[in-house]
Design a protein around this ligand. Structure first.
Ligand code: DC
Length: 212
């Protein structure tokens, strides 16, 4: 049986994870967060003190890595890792390495009905022939407000203006990088996630039932 692939792309803090998890639970599809692979690689590079400007050093390290785990972990969720992840994401050879791991994972897990994969280039580069492509859009101010609330609720100190500035900077970085910039993938449905989650779910439900 053909495996179903749903791609979810969108800028930082646009709710890709929440939407992916919802789809994963409701339609019994496996959720893969491609950002985790960039973060895991960033963790390795940090631990091994790899010079991020030295492409040869990075390439040599990549040759030593056989696999990276999609497993979620708090260790890879800090600012330092986010920064390194975004720095290494500009290299085409790093992206090719990570894309290969994603193909390998999907291919290896033939028993899984289908996948919902989120990231920045999943529908535009990695799985161009996906059964369904969604692109999530949310105003930067609303994203910053949600991220701020998340941090405060989890007991961390936070400044709204700083979060907003970071989000806008990350958008510019993601959208203007030469390699696989964040774009609305060809054939993607643009989902407006500015409102309630219920409203977002209403927008995506029919797209999914149409492909199942
Ligand atoms: O979504 P995230 O914040 O966990 O992603 C971490 C970094 O990896 C971020 O800088 C964007 C980058 N990334 C990417 O370039 N392409 C992807 N498909 C996923 C993440």
């Amino acid at each position: 049986m053909k495996q179903i692939i749903i791609t979810i792309d969108g800028p930082a803090a646009s709710g890709k994870e929440k939407i992916s998890k919802y789809i994963s639970n409701k339609w019994k599809l496996k959720h893969l967060d491609s950002g985790i692979l960039y973060r895991r690689l960033a963790l390795i590079f940090l631990k091994d003190k790899i010079n991020l400007k030295n492409k040869n050093q990075i390439k040599k390290k990549l040759n030593e890595i056989e696999n990276l785990s999609f497993r979620k972990s708090k260790v890879i969720r800090n600012q330092e890792i986010s920064k390194v992840a975004s720095e290494i994401a500009v290299y085409s050879f790093v992206r090719i390495f990570i894309n290969k791991l994603q193909f390998k994972f999907v291919k290896k897990n033939k028993n899984i009905l289908g996948f919902v994969i989120d990231g920045r280039d999943i529908g535009s580069v990695v799985f161009k022939k996906a059964d369904l492509k969604l692109y999530i859009e949310v105003n930067p101010e609303i994203r910053a407000k949600r991220r701020y609330k998340q941090l405060i609720d989890s007991g961390e100190k936070s400044i709204y203006q700083k979060i907003l500035k970071d989000i806008k900077l990350r958008d510019i970085k993601d959208k203007t990088r030469k390699e696989s910039p964040l774009v609305i993938p060809k054939g993607a449905h643009v989902i407006n996630n500015n409102g309630s989650f219920l409203n977002t779910v209403k927008q995506i439900k029919s797209f999914i039932t149409n492909i199942l």
